[in-house]
Design a protein around this ligand. Sequence first.
Ligand code: NAI
Length: 390
Amino acid sequence: MVKICCIGAGYVGGPTMAVIALKCPSVEVAVVDISVPRITAWNNVEKHVCEADIVFLSVNTPTKTRGLGAGKAADLTYWESAACMIADVSKSDKIVVEKSTVPVKTVEAIERILTHNSNNGINFQILSNPEFLAKGTAIENLFKPDRVLIGGSETPGGQKAIQVLKDVYTQWVPEDCIITTNLWSAELSKLAANAFLAQRISSVNAMSALCEATGANVSEVSYVIGKDSRIRPKFLNASVGFGGSCFQKDILNLVYICECNGLRELAEYWKQVIKINDYQKIRFVNRVVASMFNTVSGKKVAILGFAFKKDIGDTRETPAIDVCKGLLGDKAKLSIYDPQVNEDQIQRDLAMKKFDWDHPLHLQPMSPTGVKQISVVWDAYTTTKDAHAV
Ligand code: NAI
């Protein structure tokens, strides 16, 4: 029997391992985490890591908030401490699967950590198996992925490890959906895929500004563009901007990698995707304020929906935060309703500094904003009653 241990019981680790456990009755799956609320449900870290044949690393890889590369590079603190722990407790050979989204060449770093810190004689094979699931459709995406990507080293040991992981996935994923590559291609493909998706959103949002200026209708324009079989319609809806835990972080990471490799023009190119996204949020706030005689001071503005997309309670990097902060800056009174997000979360998000949300260890209980301008209510009608704007 193959034993799998996944480090990180978050949005990726939890559902991915649940699906592997469901689809592979002969595989024993354990999920471990350092977060106290999550730990009680899942934990027994060292025992499971020690016993596992395959260890998935699904820990968070936030954007660095201080030091070298702050605001761009990935913070690999969580990830490094998990690797050290694997090295400490391992007594048998293991395949270590990098599930988190990481900068290119991270495998090299993990390899060094594992070989330098472990007892001699243990063989670690490291694979890159980035996750492509989307929030809100995680289980659906895991059941029927567009592709499963496995990168491994080109040595016989690396190829054997790829085959072991492939055998897990082929229990429910058709073999032709499983792509195997070298390690660096797998690591870079994940960042590149997110950058391409986000770039489409920024492109259509950039077009929306031009449509507003010229009298064109962006929905009509994007419909026409999407009918081109080379372009297709997905990710072409104009909006207040993209949000979520991954797009911005992964593009910043890509930008940093370009800079580190002396590719300044490429870094500028990808940075523009984020700049347009920020511009779109500011532009939206400005239009709201402008349409209300250039001031929202003291006016009630109803906000319907706070999470970064429909059907989820995840507020990480939601554009709602920037929009609310922009309106609060002009002294609006906000009345917020989202059936999936509780008041504590909203108050916390509006009080938090950028990027802090993805650092669970920084997230001590925090007093709410204390801003009297914000009320969070539990039905849409109360939210919108007597509002100047919705
Ligand atoms: P998350 O923050 O929900 O979960 C990560 C978990 O790892 C947290 O519960 C944290 O406490 C735990 N952790 C951190 N260090 C640990 C350690 N040393 N030992 C044990 N547990 C530890 O993050 P999420 O969303 O699951 O993302 C994980 C990775 O997957 C990130 O690299 C992300 O970029 C990537 N990803 C996320 C997707 C998403 O939709 N959320 C989609 C595809 C990839």
